[in-house]
Design a protein around this ligand. Structure first.
Ligand code: NDP
Length: 273
């Protein structure tokens, strides 16, 4: 777990820690990607809706390591769900990024009212068979959504990217993922800083000599999750990478578990369409 790599259920391997491109301005994305890779990141989380896939591609072409060493994720947005639309959306993303294949393609939200996520999943299965995407997964899926796509297709997503931080610990989904070999990937892992001052975080930070953000990211890693913090500051990018030289104790993990508050910072997947 501490080597920073996670095995996927399709035989591939991904870095555990990456950085996200949400709200990174399009004209700064290439620079942020180059700097992130130079700092040591090998996983980049993009999405069509972030509006910066061109910058992501430009950054990948300008980086100092071979393309194969960086794991690139992007996502199909809600209004592109469905068999035909998803195929078009994936091809457009590949065109914008300028790659023949991305490492991981996710369905961004289940959008239950649209009623199209199963079709969308089937489209991703076909695109994987054609080699346009190496691995396929989902984001913001609930247990019932996962049961549906697995039950209907027999294909288990490699990963589910969900809101997860100390105030929303997602125990039920994490247990389901563990049973099915699905990687849990945490979005908004720092929870908008709302737990930075909490006693269990401060105590652990003081003991290990790290920042509250580093303690929280380490907590994700020790839960076995992949984690994708975002920072537009070079110091923040470096700080968030520096979490593999210490460990939280079982007592510290248990103390952080008590911070669960059922508190979302983002939309509820049950009603977001
Ligand atoms: P984060 O938890 O990564 O928080 C980012 C905020 O924390 C920024 O304000 C940043 O400010 C600050 N920050 C970062 N590092 C530190 C640090 N070491 N100390 C103090 N503050 C810090 O949340 P995001 O909501 O940005 O989520 C991360 C990624 O998750 C996104 O970029 C995106 O890729 C993904 N995501 C996916 C969603 C989905 O539906 N699948 C939804 C939302 C996000 P500063 O820049 O100043 O460092």
């Amino acid at each position: 777990m501490t080597d920073g790599r996670l095995a996927l259920n399709d035989g591939r391997v991904m870095p555990q820690l990456g950085f996200g491109l949400w709200q990174v301005p399009a004209d700064q994305t290439a620079r942020v990607v180059r700097e992130g890779v130079a700092a040591g990141y090998r996983l980049i989380d993009g999405a069509a809706i972030y509006g910066n896939e061109e910058g992501l591609g430009e950054g990948l072409r300008g980086m100092a390591v071979p393309r194969e060493q960086v794991f690139v994720t992007t996502k199909v947005w809600n209004d592109r769900q469905g068999m035909v639309e998803t195929r078009r959306a994936v091809e457009e993303s590949l065109g914008r990024i300028g790659l023949p294949q991305v490492d991981l393609m996710l369905i961004h939200w289940p959008c239950p009212e649209r009623g199209k996520f199963l079709e969308t999943w089937k489209a991703l299965i076909a695109l994987r068979e054609e080699g346009k995407v190496a691995s396929i997964g989902v984001s913001n899926f609930r247990v019932s959504d996962l049961e549906r796509i697995i039950g209907e297709t027999g294909v288990v997503p490699v990963l589910n990217q969900i809101e997860l931080h100390p105030r929303l610990q997602q125990a039920e989904l994490r247990a389901f993922h563990a049973r099915h070999g699905i990687v849990t990937q945490s979005w908004t892992p720092l929870g908008q800083g709302k737990s930075f001052e909490a006693a269990p975080i401060r105590a652990a930070a003081a003991r290990v000599g790290k920042s509250p953000a580093q303690v929280i990211l380490r907590w994700h890693v020790q839960l076995g999750c992949s984690v994708i913090p975002r920072s537009t500051r070079a110091a923040g990018l470096a700080e968030n990478l520096d979490i593999f030289d210490f460990a939280l104790t079982e007592a510290e993990m248990a103390a952080i578990a008590t911070l669960e508050a059922g508190e979302r910072t983002g939309p509820d997947p049950a009603s977001f369409n």
